[in-house]
Structure formats: C-alpha cells, structure tokens
Design a protein around this ligand. Structure first.
Ligand code: FA5
Length: 341
C-alpha cells in the first residue's frame, strides 16, 4: 500500500503541474485532497495493514498530504495571478477606473450642532453638567416653583409614566436644581445638554422629542445685563456676528423676570415663512433671572446670590443654521437628509 501511496503522490504532483486554470484546479483539489479524494481514501485503508506497518504508513500518508496541500496552495496563488493578468490583458478589468468610495457613517445633525453649542459655551467658561432623562414630578415641576395643580404646568405637555410621580423630563430645567445641590455653596456656571420629551402636536417646528441645552449661572451681583450680553455673544458665535437677535417678555415660573430670545429667520431672511409663522423671527430659547424660590430650593440664599438661566432648543437653531424647513426630518431616519451633513 506504501508503493500505491508513492505512486499516487507522483501522479497527483504531475496532474497539478498540468493544471492551467481555476476550474481545473478545483477539480484537482476535490479529487486529490477533498473528503472523497484519493489521499483520504487511501489513508482510511490503514486498517487493512498489519499492525506493525501502520505507524510508518500513517506517518508517510501525513507527509504526502502536507506536501500536496502546500503544492496546491502555491499553484492556487499562481493560477489566480495568471487569471488576473489574462483579464487585464483582455480588458475585462479596467485598472484605470477609479475605486468605488465606501459609504462612511457620520454624526447626526443634532449631535453636530449640540457639540458645537457645547464647544461655544465651553469657550465662554461653562462646564457641562449631565442630568437625567427620567425625572420626578418634584424636580421637573415642584422645585421649579410649580406646585401640584399649578396652571403653569400646562405650558409643558408631559409624558407621565405608570410609576406615580415619575415623568420624562419636559425640559432640562430640573437639572438646575441638581446642579445647585451639587455645587452649593460655590458659584455656578454650567450648561446641561440633553433630550426632552413632550406630548406635543407634531408640526414643522415642534417634535415630541428634541434636545435642549440649559444654562445656569449663580453668583453674587449677576444681573439681567449679564444674561443679555452672554446670550447675544453666544448667538453671534453660533450664527455669525451679523445675526439679528431680539428679546421678548415671557413668563416662566422659575425665572423672574423672564424673556425669550429670537433670531432672525435665516430661511426667509426675515420676510416670513411657515417655519417662523410669517413673523421673520425664530424663537430659540427661554431665559430669565433665577426665581428667588428656586435659588432657595437649590440651597442658595436669594438675599446674597442671584443668577440667570436659559434653555435653548438644538434642532431649531440647527434649522436656522442649515436652512432646514421641517423639524420632522431630524428623526425620520431618511438617509437623503442625514447624508447632507
Ligand atoms: C423651556 O423649556 C424652559 N425650561 C426654558 C427656560 C430655561 C426658561 C431656563 C427660563 C430659564 P420652552 O418650552 O420655551 O422653555 O423651550 C425652550 C426651547 O426648546 C424653545 O425655545 C425651543 O427652541 C425648544 N423647544 C421647545 N419645544 C420644542 C419642540 N416641541 N420641538 C423642538 N424644540 C422645542
């Protein structure tokens, strides 16, 4: 049987030498080294030999198998290279054609603008403070000067959970109280970015989930002029120094006095469109001086400390910045929209 093995080896190597293309190579591989190939078949017959001859035969059969496998691999590389050269020569592969670009993932436009907003506030000396998405009624409302049944709660259409007193935060303002508890009695200058949730009528400018960036400064002698100057400076950095802004009176239970800041609608250059409700202005944030009751809830004495706070959307400024006409694009998952950023 050993002679048979040697003969088989010589014939297999000769056969391999004659192989000229991929198809013939596959056939050779199957008939020689495959599960039903001759090498496998002869190795299985080892049991027919006398016991004392079996180890020598087994050893040699392994050597032959390894030798043929190595020869096959060398041949496969050579055949592949030959075939490639033939294809190039006959023009089947156009090596001058530019490669196809691989599609790359990218950051969501909200994330891009959120990061830019955080970077600007960082440059202006504000630290990022992370607060929670799931809040208690106490922090989302009561400590912000809205006791149970207070009518001002209607300003935020709230998602309540099945757990009593637990809500999805409707704004990032409850983070103000967490920050005050953590920083007390030090002065504070923080921003609080995060997702907010409201049971809203969805429209071109309102979504049920959106990002906000809250800001809070607490210290001694902080005035409304500081608030106006800081926010105007921020708007200039985000939209460009030429952007027009305006402050309007507003009411928030947790600030007194309160205001809203609008920026000129870039989409219609102030002429009036659906997004700005024909006013030429887009509201991007609410703000005001921290209410004395809120300072007290945070542990700060309002006779000594004052502060300002603001809460801005992220998607609305992004709409202004990039000329996006409908907020619903943000969470639509439409790649034609996302790939533009
Ligand atoms: C508030 O949420 C207040 N907490 C802001 C505040 C903070 C006032 C601190 C005073 C002091 P308002 O509901 O107006 O206010 O929302 C603030 C900003 O979030 C809006 O100007 C807007 O840019 C964005 N926003 C509000 N609702 C939506 C919505 N449904 N879809 C997208 N953006 C929204």
């Amino acid at each position: 049987m050993l002679e048979q093995l040697e003969k088989l080896r010589t014939e297999a190597l000769e056969g391999l030498r004659a192989v000229a293309d991929g198809a013939a190579l596959d056939t050779w591989q199957r008939s020689t080294l495959g599960r039903r190939g001759i090498v496998t078949l002869i190795t299985r017959r080892v049991g027919e030999l006398p016991k004392e001859s079996r180890p020598a035969f087994g050893k040699r059969a392994n050597q032959v198998k390894q030798e043929l496998t190595a020869a096959y691999e060398r041949k496969a590389t050579a055949v592949k290279a030959d075939e490639m050269e033939r294809q190039i020569a006959t023009g089947a592969i156009d090596v001058s054609q530019p490669g196809r670009p691989r599609p790359l993932g990218r950051l969501h436009p909200s994330t891009q603008v959120l990061r830019e907003i955080c970077r600007i506030w960082g440059d202006m000396g504000f630290q990022v403070y992370r607060s929670r998405d799931v809040e208690t009624d106490e922090y989302n409302f009561q400590l912000l000067n809205m006791p149970p049944h207070h009518p001002a709660r209607d300003m935020w259409d709230t998602f309540y959970t099945t757990q009593e007193g637990v809500v999805l935060r409707t704004h990032t303002s409850p983070g103000q109280i967490h920050a005050m508890h953590d920083y007390h009695p030090e002065p504070i200058r923080v921003i609080l970015p995060g997702m907010c949730y409201r049971y809203e009528q969805i429209s071109a400018r309102s979504e049920i989930q959106f990002n906000q960036v809250e800001g809070l400064a607490v210290g001694k002698n902080i005035t409304f002029a500081d608030l106006k100057g800081t926010l105007s400076s921020f708007a200039g950095r985000l939209f460009g120094a030429q952007i027009q802004t305006r402050f309007r009176c507003q009411h928030f239970p947790f600030t007194e006095p309160s205001a809203e800041m609008d920026v000129e609608c870039i989409l219609c250059s102030g002429r009036g469109c659906n997004v700005c409700k024909k006013t030429g202005w887009l509201e991007i944030l609410g703000c005001g001086m921290v209410h004395p009751a809120v300072l007290r809830h945070g542990g700060y004495d309002p006779a000594v400390y004052t502060g300002f706070a603001f809460g801005m959307g992220v998607e609305r400024p992004a709409m202004v910045k990039y000329g996006i006409k409908d907020i619903r694009y943000f969470w639509s998952g439409d790649l034609r929209f996302l790939e533009q950023f």
